[in-house]
Structures are given as C-alpha cells and as structure tokens.
Design a protein around this ligand. Structure first.
Ligand SMILES: NC(=O)c1ccc[n+]([C@@H]2O[C@H](COP(=O)([O-])OP(=O)(O)OC[C@H]3O[C@@H](n4cnc5c(N)ncnc54)[C@H](O)[C@@H]3O)[C@@H](O)[C@H]2O)c1
Ligand SMILES: [Zn+2]
Ligand SMILES: [Zn+2]
Length: 368
C-alpha cells in the first residue's frame, strides 16, 4: 500500500513509500481502510524534531476516518464494514487514568498513532485498542463531517471544557486556527454568550467571521487587545480564556522578567500566554491547549491576588461519541475547515502547502 513515511535522514523528512498492508497483531486491534485523513500541526512538530518520543521511519498521521476491514476477536462494539472516526490517542479504558477520563496519560497509551507506531496517512492503518479508539459514525454524518472529531474538534472542546463555562460567560479565544475555531464552536455550545476571537492573521479572523463563530474579531496588530477586552466586559476582563495560538518570542528578554516589588509589571512580550492572563478577569480560568516550542514565563508575583486558575495539557479526547451526535443533530459543523483536498498520491504537495499556510490553508483532507 501507499504510505507517507517520516524519516529524519530524508532530505524532506517525509516520502511516499510502498509498505505492507498492516495485519491484526492483538485481539483488540482493528484494521481500518482510511477514506479521509488530515495533516496536523503535530505532524510538523515531529518533522521539526520537536517530539522526542516520535519513532523514526514510521507512517505519519493520527486524524482520520475510515471503514473497518478486519477486526480482533475481543472487540464486541464494532464490526467489519462499520464507518468509524478515530481518536488521536490510544487508550486502554481500564487503567487508573483512563477510569478518570485522563486518557492522554493512559498507562499504556497516549499519542501512539503516527508518532510511535504507524499512523493513518496511508491506505490502511492498524488501530490498537480499537474498542476504545474507534467510534461508529452515525448514518447521516459523512466522512468529511466526521474528519476532525478525534483530534482538533476534541482539542477545541477540551479547551472550552477547561474553562468551566457558565451560561452567559464571555470567553476570549487566542488563535483563530483550526483548534481555536473549534473552541469557538464548543464555547458557544457550552453556553458562552460572548465570544472574542483573537488572531494576528486577518484572513483567519475573516473565516471565523464568515462562519459566525464569535461576537468580536480582534487583531493585536490593529488594536490594544487589553483595552478592547476591558471595553467589551465593562472593565472586568474575560470570564475564561482559551489559549490556542502558542506563540512567544522570548529571546534575550529574560532580564526584563526579574521581579522588582517596587515596579509594576510593565514589560510587554508578544507571548500569547501572557496575553491570556492579562485579558482574564480575576478568578478566571485560562485553558491552555496550545503547544509551545519554548519555555514560558509566568510572573506570579505580579499576578498575585488576581487568583487565576491555569489548566494545560494534551487533549483527553473522551467525547468523540457526543461530538458525533452534535454533528448528527446539526449543532456542530466543521466542514468549512477543509480548505483543500489532495489525493494520497500528492500528499507531499499537501504538506508543502500546509507548512506555508498559503491559499488560506486551514486543514487539508487527504483522499485515498
Ligand atoms: N493540547 C492538545 O492536545 C493539542 C491538540 C491539537 C493541537 N494543539 C496545539 O494547539 C495549537 C493550535 O493548533 P492549530 O492547528 O489551530 O494551529 P495553527 O498554527 O493553525 O493556529 C494558531 C493560530 O494562532 C495565531 N497566532 C500566532 N501568533 C499569534 C499572536 N501573537 N496573537 C494571536 N494569534 C496568534 C496564528 O495566526 C494561527 O491562526 C498548536 O499549538 C497545536 O500544536 C494541541
Ligand atoms: Zn493532531
Ligand atoms: Zn488506560
């Protein structure tokens, strides 16, 4: 079969190769024929050498839908022929962490597909613990409708869930990329009455606006975000902030962060984590979904008394069934995130486009 392989020694790090069709190795495995997959920013993190646990010479990809073509004897909730959406994480469902819903820290799982074992940017993929990791797609939900359920939609939901949104809340979302936009959709679903989208990329704000995802669309290049948020919230600040941008550029600025009790915190960095705590109201929750490529600075002495709660993490993607139900009921639609479609044969071109974000590229669907 055709498969997109990551190898750090290749000039482009990736190559389309011929590989054996995977076989069942365990009674809880399923073999899935991939009908649609996608490229994720995390695939780029692997190619950039930023994911130390990633294995070399594996097939990339962890975001996909497909059809079960073979299934292990221990799987009772699915059958051959089922159309399924896949969870980006592999998890057993039984260990201490899984029992609490913290599947990202499953004792024997976590992010495996397309990272430590062969992933989905291929014609077929072996899914371990398929009884937990695959969810049957309802009949009125197309493969395209379901493509993002197990990864970016779950991550967007995770961000919104971290903020413990109450009806009527004002939620600010930093980053209007695919994950940020999914957070906007989910924050709305969880009862936020005012959603503020923030991004430095005007085109992405426009896409959010075209899809009516927020009430305000703010670009830090054109306005003072702290002032704008104060105006919108009667000086209070946002009830919750979802950080889905992950940008900072702290080079040579450490000395600016030395604590001087007699000086107010007047240093302004371009870190989106810093923006997040500054625009939050006292006692707000900041849900950090973003993955940073450098350490971040939290000037705790300066924010002492603001009584903020920070939550961070890799997505505990435990709501796939519920999210598919919302899609089936027309409450969620993420189709607009697919800005381009490529054949698996041309996946290298798709990576080239995804990296540059040209042509308003948000997400690329890869067809078999
Ligand atoms: N926690 C998880 O499990 C999980 C899962 C998926 C993705 N992620 C992470 O979430 C983040 C978002 O993912 P994505 O696919 O939407 O990425 P993306 O890069 O497409 O989107 C990030 C957005 O942030 C914007 N941005 C950059 N600098 C900014 C600034 N200074 N102010 C405001 N906006 C700024 C960019 O213009 C872009 O639109 C990434 O860091 C990704 O690695 C985490
Ligand atoms: Zn991903
Ligand atoms: Zn587990």
């Amino acid at each position: 079969m055709k498969a997109l392989v990551y190898n750090k020694d290749l000039p482009k790090k990736i190559e389309l190769q011929q590989r054996e069709i995977p076989k069942l190795q365990h009674p809880k495995d399923a073999i899935v024929e991939v009908t649609l997959s996608s490229i994720c920013t995390s695939d780029l993190h692997i190619m950039n050498g930023m994911v130390p646990k990633a294995n070399n010479n594996i097939i990339l990809g962890h975001e996909f839908v497909g059809k079960i073509v073979d299934i292990g004897s221990d799987i009772k909730n699915l059958k051959i022929g089922d159309r399924v959406s896949a969870n980006c994480e592999t998890f057993c469902g039984k260990c201490y962490f899984c029992q609490k819903g913290y599947i990202n820290n499953c004792e024997i799982g976590g992010w495996k597909l397309g990272c430590q074992i062969d992933g989905c940017q291929a014609q077929y993929v072996r899914v371990p613990y398929a009884n937990m990791g695959l969810t049957k797609i309802p009949d009125n939900v197309s493969d395209k409708n379901a493509l993002f359920v197990g990864d970016i939609l779950s991550s967007g939901y995770f961000g919104a869930e971290m903020c413990e949104i109450k009806t009527g809340d004002t939620i600010a979302i930093i980053g209007s990329g695919p994950v940020g936009m999914c957070s906007m959709i989910c924050a709305n679903l969880l009862g936020a009455s005012t959603i503020i989208a923030i991004d430095t990329n005007e085109k992405r704000l426009e896409i959010a606006k075209q899809n009516n995802l927020a009430n305000y669309y703010l670009n830090p290049k054109n306005c003072d975000i702290e002032k704008e948020i104060k105006n919108i919230t009667n000086n209070k600040g946002a009830d919750g902030v979802i950080e889905a941008a992950g940008y900072s550029n702290y080079k040579n600025t450490q000395e600016n962060h030395n604590f001087n009790p007699s000086k107010p915190y007047d240093y302004k960095s371009d870190s989106t984590l810093e923006l997040a705590w500054k625009i939050a109201r006292p006692n707000a929750i900041i849900g950090v979904v973003a993955m940073y490529e450098e350490n971040q600075i939290l000037p705790l002495p300066h924010m002492y008394g603001k009584n903020l709660t920070f939550k961070t993490g890799g997505v505990d993607a435990i709501h796939c069934k519920k999210l598919l139900q919302y899609i089936s009921e027309g409450k969620i639609n993420t189709d607009f995130l697919i800005t381009q479609t490529y054949k698996l044969d041309n996946i290298i071109d798709a990576y080239d486009l995804f990296k540059t974000q040209k042509d308003n590229c948000l997400k690329i669907a890869i067809e078999k």
